[in-house]
Design a protein around this ligand. Structure first.
Ligand code: WT7
Length: 635
């Protein structure tokens, strides 16, 4: 929600029922947390032992070149060995891995056996196109099984995938392709959203005009509408998958634990997108452990993470961790309200969903339609609920708990980041909950709330959230930019060697963490992470705009919305037509999620003497709050 003065600590505590505790993997959080603190390396080694390795590691952690930490050094593995291969010789091969439903009502299921066959076929297709270990492949698709197949096929052959969220458009796609240096791109013709087609291939065509690096485009047919297919560059997925070369047997590449698995771009403080790099070994250990303990995954579960595979939530908790654990996942393509606001509740009833994981913005959005929609459906299979992406306001938490969970399902409010790979601050089912707090750190994770000097803040005092020791799921670097990795995450508390999360937080008397929001130039809109710089550079790339600044303004539904200030070039007319044109321009350049809700034309922007825009001043002004210290203001 807002970054200012938000303290949802209402004093409410929700204790887990004895049945929930009895069923939980971890019944005594304190004991397990303590065990991990006492000997973190033994703790993580024990977790890694639960997975398959071609060759065991020599060393759990190498911290000799910190902050470039290495985990399970010398270990040989491949995340696909754990996500698919090892299930093929057990009864699990007959289990459903994915239950998919399109927004248009189309349905498909894939067993572990079938999924593995599709992955092998596509791995062979990629290999036949010359994709080799270490090459990057860009993926830009809607929520269909093929996005999962494409990601796993890359991992299987040791290629590094870079998935771009389907809500991004032209410039954003081009920037990410260029940074990742991808020669191959996998996309779909389109995706269904709110009854309309999202023109994914068209966006790709336009992006490729700006980014000539891509040689081959593989197109999955989903919507079937007319698209442009460029001879010699574009191929249909189904054509390639029926070639003899696409055999259903493929070798899984043996990878070093520290070999890259994927790059995922996220917004930071500068305009250049930041490619967060994760690796095979540590990431598989961290994501599977966190999912198993937090969502308490069991064989009989039907688990639904309603995020998009294009974000880290989808990477870790739709694709990799559930498959490693042999879970059955639901994937739904479209909008929660299409054709009616009961679509999700219908899915829960129809598939007997037991675990639902979503974002506060979606909960608030569905809450607006009232209780009658969920009440029409049998939601009695649900046993655990989850929330992620931004702080959840207690009102939404309580609605989710009462109307969806029928006061029976604990809510796992998971705080984490693209950079962390998996949940960091989160309840386990056996932990008492406070609405609005992500509660306590996961076992093996040491967090603190500190002031500028690094002193631990007093209870309920605002400070910066830091992570004090390394963990296996941590990012390894910013792709192609190790200096940025150091500067961004490890320079604020360099002496101490702590990771700076970029959030402000408070810790209460019980040690519960309350995350307040971002302290950098990142805006969370509907839980999506956007950088001010990316939106600003889209605005100034429009001919009439000389300078621009954007800020996040608190919004009841979306957490924040974007407000933009523009200084125009002389001669430009500041009218409604221009506002409309600018919104359209941002939609094309960055994507629909980045479009400012309001645009204001101004003559000046508050700047420091060194020329940095003081967004803090703009923010305070926009909300009618005191502007604070202006001593560094230029004018
Ligand atoms: C930022 C990271 C998809 C995984 C998370 C999004 C905010 C995330 C919570 C939460 C309060 C949260 C933080 C964080 N955030 N989860 N449960 N409570 N804030 O990953 O896009 O990298 O964004 O999301 O501000 O720094 P991301």
């Amino acid at each position: 929600m807002s970054n200012d003065g938000f303290n949802p600590n209402t004093g409410d505590i929700y204790h887990p029922s004895p049945e929930t505790v009895a069923a939980a993997h971890i019944k005594d959080y304190e004991a397990v947390y303590q065990k991990a603190v006492d000997d973190p390396l033994a703790f993580w080694a024990e977790r890694a032992e639960t997975l398959s390795w071609y060759q065991k590691w020599d060393k759990v952690l190498d911290d000799s070149d910190a902050p470039f930490y290495k985990w399970f050094v010398g270990g040989k593995t491949n995340i696909v060995l754990n996500a698919l291969d090892r299930h093929q010789t057990t009864g699990r091969r007959n289990k459903l891995a994915i239950i998919w439903e399109g927004e248009d009502g189309e349905k498909r299921t894939l067993s572990y056996w079938r999924l593995s066959q599709e992955v092998c076929k596509f791995a062979n297709v990629l290999r036949s196109m010359g994709v080799q270990k270490g090459d990057t492949v860009t993926i830009y698709m809607g929520r269909t099984p093929e996005v999962v197949i494409a990601m796993l096929a890359c991992a299987k052959i040791g290629a590094v995938h870079s998935v771009i969220y389907g809500g991004f458009s032209e410039q954003a796609i081009a920037d990410r392709i260029d940074d990742a240096k991808s020669r191959v791109l996998v996309c779909s013709d389109g995706a269904w959203l709110r009854g309309k087609i999202v023109p994914l291939k068209e966006n790709v065509d336009k992006a490729l005009e700006r980014s000539p690096m891509v040689e081959h485009v593989i197109v999955v047919r989903r919507t079937g509408h007319e698209i442009n297919m460029e001879q010699g560059r574009d191929y249909w997925y189904h054509d390639l998958m029926s070639l003899p070369v696409a055999s259903n047997k493929a070798r899984t590449e043996v990878m070093d634990a520290e070999d890259p698995l994927f790059i995922l771009y996220t917004s930071g403080t500068t305009g250049k997108p930041k490619g967060i790099l994760h690796t095979h070994g540590g990431y598989q250990v961290y994501t599977s452990t966190t999912l198993e303990w937090v969502f308490d995954i069991k064989d009989e579960d039907r688990y639904w993470c309603a995020a998009d595979p294009g974000w880290i939530t989808g990477h870790s908790y739709i694709v990799y961790a559930p498959l490693i654990l042999g879970a059955t996942s639901i994937i739904y393509e479209g909008a929660p309200t299409y054709p009616y606001p009961n679509r999700w509740w219908k899915i829960v009833e129809e598939y007997g969903v037991t675990i639902l994981y979503t974002a506060p913005t979606a909960i608030r959005g569905l809450m607006r339609f009232g209780d009658a929609w969920p009440n029409r459906h049998d939601l009695s299979t649900l046993r655990l609920l989850g929330s992620v992406g931004e702080p959840i306001n207690p009102e939404a938490w309580k609605w989710y708990h009462r109307v969806i969970g029928k006061e029976r399902c604990p809510i796992m409010d998971t705080w984490w980041q693209t950079e962390t790979g998996g949940f960091m601050i989160t309840p386990l089912p056996s932990v008492a909950l406070k609405p609005g707090s992500a509660t306590r750190p996961f076992p093996g994770i040491v967090v603190d709330v500190v002031d500028e000097e690094g002193n631990t803040c007093a209870p309920n005092e605002d400070g910066k959230l830091v992570i004090k020791t390394p963990w296996p799921g941590m990012l390894r670097t910013v792709y192609g930019d190790p200096e940025r990795y150091k500067a961004q995450y490890w320079s604020a508390y360099k002496e101490q060697g702590w990771y700076l999360a970029g959030d402000s937080a408070r810790r209460d008397e019980d040690g519960y963490i309350w995350v307040i929001g971002r302290i950098d130039d990142v805006i969370k809109v509907s839980g999506y992470r956007l950088g001010t710089a990316e939106i600003e550079s889209a605005l100034v790339s429009y001919k009439d705009v000389a300078e621009a600044a954007v800020i996040g303004v608190p919004d009841e539904l979306r957490g924040n919305v974007i407000h933009a200030y523009c200084i125009l070039v002389s001669g430009a007319t500041p009218d409604d037509a221009l506002i409309k044109a600018l919104k359209e321009h941002v939609r094309h350049e960055v994507g629909p999620i980045a479009v400012p809700t309001s645009i204001e034309f101004v003559d000046k922007l508050p700047k420091t003497r060194s020329g940095k825009i003081m967004r803090r001043v703009l923010k305070a002004q926009a909300q009618g709050l005191p502007v604070g210290d202006l001593s560094t203001l230029e004018d």
